[in-house]
Design a protein around this ligand. Structure first.
Ligand code: SF4
Length: 774
């Protein structure tokens, strides 16, 4: 069944009118045939998965053809704004979801700026994009009006030039009466480390969304015209004040995020001896990249749609540029530098010294911009051997223009540098480029080559798939810092903090800290307060960050909370548990959801919904071939010890890790292959596909350790069920094809006419080995 049939089938279960007061439409967009269709999701989807990321998973589950490559236009790219996006302080976010061309998992990437709120206020909750556009296309949405415009003249434009061209051509202004999700040349060229840009720095980064959008020949989605007003719901307004206050009175937001942005995190990681350095060969790097060294170049902060935080540190190194914003912010704040008291008081007092990147007084457009985030500082600092803030700022600005995910691109370069160091690749592979650690000139050049897929840039553009695509020998995988084929996002080497390590291994989109990181594990005051910590996570979690016991409880709670945050549209920085125990939590979201939808929600219900979302993601990943063995960590973290700092000698013990992972599966409700157990799967299927047949197997099978499995795609008869079983459990094909296994439906043996034996939702099937007589 192709994508159009799947859309047709799904639409039969959707509605023509909104099901609650603030609901927006799902717009199905066939880019090839240039047609659209507008529908509304059922209330059950909201009750089970909320909107945004959660409902995106519902849509993907129904529309995915797992036999299609990620870049096949038959595989849709789905955008979803959160249920409360634009209607709650700091709820500015939305997700792009698909199958990832970069990793082996789902693509699910979250971003903010103005696009998600504009989409929502123009009347849409989701956009489902599929089909290959006949030529490069600009999709223009203006409330009810949808146009497919020729984007040929924008091809080849990157992130600095494209919005300017659109503003000129349509006489509009980004963020005022236009918002734009767009790809750069990197996306056009299907670079797997390219993202979808939503602003000068805002990016839907992880998993290769830029390449996925490029595979549809879609250059940009423009939401044109001023956004509509916020819904006039009195209760929403009242609790928004409470939420706003919670956010702005949180210490880490007031003193760090609002002042210098996320780079404040560099110092605690450095002092702990946990900074991924030179592809995680070591974990120590220079104090030159502590956030205060960026002070002289920071003219101010920027932010997303109506966000009270404004966490995005701008930079300006040009002679006219002013700096100094936030320079007093971190003074006297010890943060988590307490592992080394002497370091806590160090202030660098850095002066402006930049005179052009080559010191010759020449400046260009990359000497000014937006960012960097801590991730970019880590990936383009210690990971590749650079230590000057000016170099990081410039590379950050280039990455923003080229639309490259700094986490995957930086990791791909550091991986290549280690392969070079070990002689696994040499100048013949790199076209003469010298990949020595800290070679700034090579790195700057390589970014442009990556976007164009030129020379060795073609290898970096293949990101974590370079071995699979024949660019590196198999032994290179030994040095790849990735899980499920996705490079690590967080610069933090997690051999010390076992909760971080567990989170990175089980995260549904691959090695990414934004899905479940238990950041407060580095907070000594919380670790030492056992009662508070137990209440925070809903169970006993060991106080020491390097212990294994109870960490599964903390990761579970974070994963639930963050999945809910994404699905209502809340920014992670303002979601409880990510940086603080006092930021808005699921109970706050529940209050606002109840006001916005006229349905009842509670914090505890939302916790369960968070589990549902990740459960469905795990079922999607299972369809993509991922199993429990893929919930793991890079080899280096098991085999090599941390060599510096207060936790010298620390690594991840394989047996203790596997036991912790097993406990995580138990508290989540997963079977030994890491997917929801049958009862839970059946519940999820009822909402997702509206169909569930329970199948009892005669024995545990590969991929089906529990003897009971659920077939959740509509199968008309027993014969079709047999096909579906073999497709879902390819590793058990031989056993499932065994002709001596008969089928019983609802207790009645089917001895002939399997094709004529219809199956319905709720049927119970048993595979029964024939007992040989004689
Ligand atoms: S905290 Fe920063 S990233 Fe989050 S919504 Fe506000 S401005 Fe955007």
């Amino acid at each position: 069944m192709g994508i159009r049939d799947k859309v047709e089938e799904l639409c039969e279960r959707l509605y023509d009118e909104p099901q609650y007061p603030t609901q927006g439409a799902v717009l199905f967009v066939d880019l090839e045939r240039r047609t659209t269709r507008r529908k509304y999701l059922p209330l059950d989807v909201l009750r089970t998965f909320l909107g945004g990321r959660g409902a995106n998973m519902y849509l993907l589950y129904n529309l995915l053809q797992e036999e299609c490559d990620a870049l096949d236009p038959e595989v849709p790219l789905i955008f979803g704004a959160g249920t409360l996006t634009g209607d709650m302080p700091a709820a500015t976010r939305g997700n792009f979801t698909s199958r990832s061309p970069d990793s082996h998992a789902i693509l699910d990437t979250n971003g903010g700026d103005y696009f998600p709120s504009f989409v929502k206020r123009h009347g849409y909750d989701h956009l489902v994009l599929f089909g290959l556009a006949p030529h490069w296309t600009l999709l223009r949405l203006a409330h009810e009006d949808v146009q497919f415009l020729d984007a040929t003249r924008y091809v080849g434009l990157d992130n600095l030039d494209l919005p300017a061209a659109i503003e000129r051509d349509f006489d509009c202004s980004e963020r005022k009466d236009m918002a734009l999700a767009r790809i750069t040349t990197a996306g056009e060229n299907l670079a797997l480390c390219s993202g979808i840009m939503g602003g000068i720095k805002a990016i839907w980064a992880r998993g290769g969304g830029g390449a996925k959008m490029g595979s549809l020949r879609l250059k940009a989605i423009m939401v044109h015209g001023k956004p509509g007003d916020a819904p006039k719901v009195q209760e929403l307004k009242a609790h928004n004040k409470v939420i706003g206050k919670k956010i702005t009175s949180t210490s880490v937001i007031r003193n760090a995020l609002k002042q210098v942005g996320t780079p404040f995190l560099y110092k605690p990681s450095r002092v702990l001896g946990a900074l991924g350095t030179m592809n995680n060969q070591t974990t120590a790097w220079h104090a030159t990249l502590d956030a205060d060294n960026f002070d002289p170049y920071r003219p101010g902060m920027d932010g997303c749609f109506k966000c009270p935080v404004h966490c995005r540190n701008q930079n300006d190194m040009t002679p006219e540029g002013k700096g100094g914003w936030g320079s007093a912010a971190l003074k006297g704040l010890k943060g988590n530098a307490s592992y080394d008291k002497a370091q806590a008081d160090v202030e660098h007092g850095k002066e402006r010294s930049y005179n052009g990147i080559r010191g010759d007084g020449t400046f260009d457009q990359y000497d000014k911009g937006d960012g960097p985030e801590y991730v970019t500082v880590g990936k383009f600092g210690p990971m590749i051997g650079l230590k000057e803030p000016e170099q990081i700022l410039r590379l950050n600005n280039i990455l923003n223009d080229l639309g490259l995910d700094s986490a995957s691109t930086g990791s791909a370069i550091s991986w290549a540098m280690e392969l070079w160091q070990r002689g696994i690749i040499d100048a013949r592979d790199t076209g003469g480029l010298d990949l020595s650690w800290g070679n700034y000139e090579t790195v700057e050049k390589l970014l442009f080559m990556t976007a164009k897929r030129e020379g060795f840039g073609d290898t970096i553009a293949d990101s974590a798939r370079a071995v699979e695509r024949g660019k590196y020998p198999l032994e290179a995988l030994d040095y790849r810092i990735a899980v499920k084929g996705l490079f690590q996002s967080d610069p933090h080497d997690s051999r010390i903090l076992k909760a971080f390590a567990l989170g990175l291994s089980v995260a549904t989109r691959g090695m990414d800290h934004l899905r479940n990181r238990v950041t407060l594990e580095i907070n000594a005051r919380i670790n030492d307060d056992a009662a508070f910590k137990t209440e925070l996570y809903g169970g006993t979690v060991a106080p020491e960050p390097n212990r294994y016991d109870g960490k599964e409880i903390a990761v579970r709670r974070c994963e639930n909370t963050f999945a809910v945050g994404d699905s209502v549209g809340m920014c992670r920085f303002n979601t409880k548990l990510f940086n603080s125990p006092t930021t808005p939590d699921p109970s706050d979201f529940a209050t606002q959801l109840s006001a916005a939808t006229d349905l009842d929600f509670s914090g505890e219900q939302l916790n369960e919904i968070g589990r549902n979302i990740t459960g469905l993601e795990r079922l999607l990943n299972f369809r993509l071939g991922l199993r429990a063995k893929d919930d793991t960590l890079p080899r280096r973290w098991f085999d090599e010890e941390i060599q510096v700092g207060p936790f010298k000698g620390e690594k991840v013990d394989r047996a203790a890790f596997e036991a912790m992972k097993g406990r995580f599966y138990d508290v989540t409700g997963l079977n030994a292959e890491g997917v929801p157990r049958a009862d839970w799967h059946e519940q999820l299927a009822r909402t997702t596909t509206g169909f569930a047949v329970r199948v009892e197997l005669p024995q545990p099978l590969p991929g089906a350790p529990d003897k009971t499995v659920i077939i959740d795609e509509r199968v008309a008869d027993v014969s079709a069920l047999r096909d579906a079983l073999q497709r879902r459990f390819p590793e058990a094909q031989d056993a499932l094809a065994d002709p001596s296994w008969n089928v019983a439906v609802n207790g009645r043996m089917v001895l002939s006419g399997e094709r004529d034996t219809a199956l319905n939702d709720g049927d119970r099937v048993a595979l029964v080995p024939i007992i040989a007589g004689g």
